[in-house]
Write a protein that binds this ligand. Structure first.
Ligand SMILES: Cc1ncc(COP(=O)(O)O)c(C=O)c1O
Length: 403
């Protein structure tokens, strides 16, 4: 199919729920992707954080190819070698005490499991999330997501899920009541604009949850697996949740979600309480095993920390130079640059110049590059952004910019 045909077919035959960018991506390697015409892009999106290990990491490709010849699918009603291996590897890297997992296929599903687990374990219905949170778009996860543009068309949502202001321990303490089962937060809010909590917030949440006897659940779908410079973002503050939700990069690009809890908590889910046909699919688990090997052996977290610091320091220079840049924030390779204006034009102009970046809300440019991005590639991103910001500022000064 040629470029135009591909675009036409997707527009005609696929639900129009994605804000499509006008580019057809057909190939990827490490931190680069190429479009159908062979044009190269530095990928600072990683497919919304999935390709943290880089596109087509050789060890992931090898693991998938090998397993595909052996066994692709095996329902969790039967035992499987790759699933067992993956579970061992996974629970060897999760924070202490989190040692029993339910495997699923996406971030939203990992949250769904956490919500059901909290209600079942506690025998209480209420979940408290925070304003600005994003936990996915299936009905349960959506009920914990904050943005009303996602929620309103689908009312009524799952009841007894409420939101309190983020980073505010007093409001959280006040909100927890008799019927509260759990508190659910992202350690660093991603979609909400890359918001790093103040020191002491997560520890404070842990203390409040302990005091009130409710579960603390961390959604690390975006922050987990080394992206922020630690295996899990909660480790920056030394806080261990009762339930941890993972997905995105967990299987090096294949769909895999995991909800991991302390044994005594996960054991509240009894036979038939929860399931998915693909749970712990061998192909995906083989990729997951390879992904954890890469995480450990290639120092993903350490490199994310160093490259992130380099990236952020260069973005800070742009902030000093460009009046439109309000703030730069983030940890490791999870970075946001807040603008005084809408950033859609910045995204599109960067793309024209061979850089893929994301937004996080209307005014934040979000960078989620793979850990294999090079310093030279980061320099290129900075230099393109420098030009684009200047163009945008000039266009705005002359009244020409539309967003
Ligand atoms: C923190 C967080 N939780 C959950 C999700 C939902 O994941 P998925 O899109 O795989 O359902 C996302 C996706 O961006 C996310 O960032």
């Amino acid at each position: 199919m040629n470029e135009q045909k591909i675009v036409d077919v997707e527009n005609r035959l696929m639900a129009n729920v994605f804000a499509k960018k006008p580019v057809v991506i057909t190939r990827g390697r490490a931190a680069l992707v190429w479009d159908v015409n062979g044009k190269e892009y530095v990928d600072c999106t990683s497919g919304y954080g999935v390709a943290l290990l880089g596109h087509c990491h050789p060890r992931i490709v090898e693991a998938i190819s090998k397993q595909a010849q052996q066994l692709i699918t095996c329902h969790a009603g039967y035992y499987n070698d790759k699933r067992a291996e993956f579970l061992q590897k996974l629970t060897s890297i999760t924070p202490k005490g989190l040692n029993k997992a339910f495997l699923s296929n996406s971030g939203a599903e990992s949250v769904e499991c956490a919500l059901k687990l909290a209600r079942k374990h506690m025998g209480k219905p209420e979940i408290i999330a925070v304003m600005g949170a994003f936990h996915g778009k299936t009905m349960g996860a959506l009920s914990a997501t904050w943005d009303k543009k996602y929620r309103e068309p689908f009312q009524p949502l799952v009841p007894e899920i409420k939101h309190v202001p983020p980073d505010n321990l007093e409001k959280m303490r006040e909100a927890i009541g008799e019927k509260t089962a759990a508190v659910l937060v992202e350690p660093i809010r991603g979609e909400g604009g890359i918001r790093v909590p103040p020191d002491g917030y997560l520890k404070g949440l842990r203390d409040i949850c302990d005091e009130k006897g409710v579960l603390l659940m961390f959604d690390e779908v975006q922050t987990g697996f080394g992206r922020t410079g630690k295996f899990f973002a909660c480790e920056h503050w030394g806080v261990v949740p009762d339930v941890l939700c993972l997905a995105k990069p967990l299987a090096g690009g294949l769909p895999l979600g995991a909800t991991i809890a302390r044994e005594e908590v996960m054991s509240s889910l009894k036979l038939g309480d929860h399931s998915t046909t693909y749970s712990g699919n061998p192909l995906v688990c083989a990729a997951g095993c390879a992904a954890i090997d890469v995480l450990l052996e290639e120092n993903v977290a350490g490199k994310a920390a160093a490259l992130g610091a380099y990236f952020i320091s260069n973005l800070e220079k742009l902030r000093e130079k460009h009046k439109s840049v309000k703030e730069v924030r983030g940890l490791g390779l999870m970075i946001g640059m807040e603008s005084k204006f809408g950033v859609l034009n910045v995204l599109l102009k960067c793309m024209e110049q061979g850089i893929l970046v994301l937004d996080a809300g209307k005014t934040v440019v979000r960078f989620l590059p793979p850990f294999v991005i090079t310093r030279e590639q980061i320099d290129k991103v900075i230099s393109v952004l420098d030009n684009v910001l200047e163009e945008e500022e000039n266009a705005r000064a002359s009244g020409a910019s539309p967003n």
